[in-house]
Design a protein around this ligand. Structure first.
Ligand code: ADP
Ligand code: MG
Length: 477
């Protein structure tokens, strides 16, 4: 029997507001425990929540970016459960009327495009954090995170493979950073994902029973957790068993999912509208104002890069992965005036290599766009070869100055004087009479050997194209 996997993702993003969802306490990450939890966050009796409008603005911005319906009227609800890091005994969330409904995200896997539905995105507050280390058999509670604004983005069960799930997640990750509503930091938990997975016989239209996977805090773990879970469920079904609806925890060390608890149902939470908060009401004007703040979105930017700079899809994809990267590239093209493809090769190739190696973002690049432009101009006007340019970039990266001063200081100017190149070629041919004889008797692959010798003799400074031309001419004669 052939099986088909069905996957739906719930993604929680932490919104980049200064203060919390319903209190004025700072929402910044990493403070000393319990120094950013005010009376509202610790739920002292009698305190009242006040809505942070900035969070609503960000939710609307997201909704507009995924072509969703923005509800002009949405309602906060209490989701009731007990946990030590939830002092109120309920989480303020949205249930029946979320702020955003029915949008979509387009993904591409192996060249095939697919539209993934987004059922809803709703605002809610985060809970605190339980700390289980350093307390000698006890647990600590840090309420700094309590009340931090979250947007929960719930997809339709539209994905059919781990590849599609990861593509969707990466697309969302890219989008929320473009929109500047989330920093996307998965280690710090500002972008978290729960994966719902079920399997069914191929051709079946009814959904199978799902398991919900928790604790998957990297793209790689998402892929591995879902892959493991699909296999596990197929094994259960083929062994004659039935999959039970439950919440499972992914263990990255053992690379497996383990049952955590049977899955709770919505009615277990006794949702009801929060009487302390009025419904959220927007007029069209508010939505129009937010729409004005939408940046050029990743897909549009990628298409424009391919069109405007005549870049292949791959280059355009790398260069638009973040808007900072895209800005860097466009600044380099503008400032250098060189062929956009040359600029793309250096930004997406060599420079990206340095950034990766040192795990830096483009904003932390040791070589700024104007500096790289200086280097590209010298390649374009033939002052240096592409090969020498790599050494110059290395020196620039290590803080030795701008391209022109490095070229000058190290005497790297390319030899483009044909006479000078001919002289070196003559010397090399004279000194390698044996190879010359072999070449002339048909061993044409020795051509590369001669090129290498000339480059070596000129410390890489001879213009490679001219060396080729001169050698061809001399070898023919
Ligand atoms: P909750 O998990 O909070 O109970 P929902 O019922 O809204 O909430 O479902 C959450 C997610 O589970 C959604 O992303 C949805 O697409 C996905 N989902 C629902 N049923 C299935 C299924 N049978 N197989 C896979 N994913 C599913
Ligand atoms: Mg869920």
């Amino acid at each position: 029997m052939e099986w088909e996997a069905v996957i739906g993702l719930e993604v929680h993003i932490q919104l980049l507001t200064n203060s919390k969802m319903f209190s004025g306490a700072s929402a910044r990450y990493g403070a000393v425990p319990n120094t950013q939890a005010c009376a509202v966050d610790v739920a002292l009796p009698g305190v009242l929540p006040v809505m942070n409008v900035e969070a609503a603005r960000m939710a609307v911005k997201f909704g507009l970016a995924i072509g969703a319906k923005i509800n002009h009227h949405s309602v906060f609800a209490r989701k009731n459960y007990f946990y030590p890091d939830l002092p109120k005994g309920y989480q303020i969330s949205q249930y029946e009327l979320p702020i955003v409904q029915a949008g979509h995200v387009d993904i591409e896997v192996d060249g095939v495009s697919k539209r993934i539905g987004v059922t809803r995105a709703h605002l809610e507050e985060d809970a605190g954090k339980s700390l289980h280390e350093d307390f000698h058999g006890l647990s600590g509670i840090d309420l700094n995170r309590a009340g931090t604004p979250l947007l929960e983005i719930v997809s339709e069960p539209d994905m059919r493979s781990t590849g599609e799930a990861v593509a969707y997640l990466k697309k969302l990750h890219e989008l929320v950073r473009y929109l500047e509503i989330c920093d996307g930091n998965m280690q710090e938990g500002s972008f978290r994902c729960d994966a719902n997975v079920s399997v069914r016989p191929k051709g079946e239209t009814k959904l199978g029973t799902r398991a919900e996977l928790k604790n998957i805090n990297s793209f790689r773990f998402v892929e591995r957790a879902i892959a493991y879970e699909i296999e596990r469920q197929i094994d259960v079904c083929e062994g004659g068993g039935t999959v039970v609806q439950e919440t499972r925890l992914y263990d990255p060390n053992k690379d497996e999912t383990r049952s955590m608890r049977s899955k709770e149902e919505a009615h277990d939470y006794r949702y009801f509208p929060d009487p302390d908060l009025p419904p959220l009401e927007f007029d069209d004007e508010f939505i129009r104002e937010v729409a004005k703040t939408l940046p050029e979105l990743p897909d549009a930017k990628r298409e424009r890069f391919m069109r405007e700079y005549a870049l292949p899809a791959y280059d355009a994809g790398v260069l638009t992965a973040t808007h900072e990267m895209a800005n860097y590239y466009e600044e380099t093209v503008r400032a250098s005036g060189v062929d956009p493809k040359l600029a793309a090769n250096w930004v997406a190739g060599d420079l990206a290599g340095y950034l990766n190696k040192e795990n830096r973002t483009i904003a932390e690049s040791a070589v700024s766009a104007p500096m790289l432009s200086g280097l590209l101009r010298r390649i374009a006007d033939n002052t240096i070869s592409g090969k020498i340019a790599k050494d110059v970039l290395d020196a620039m990266w290590n803080g030795e100055g701008d391209a022109d001063s490095i070229i000058e200081k190290k005497g790297l100017t390319q030899i483009t004087d044909t006479g000078a190149i001919e002289k070196v070629v003559d010397e090399i041919l004279a000194a390698n009479s044996k190879q010359l004889e072999q070449y002339r008797s048909g061993q044409e692959k020795l051509f590369g050997y001669f090129v290498g010798q000339v480059m070596k003799a000129t410390a890489g400074k001879a213009n490679p194209k001219q060396v080729n031309d001169v050698l061809k001419r001399k070898l023919r004669g």
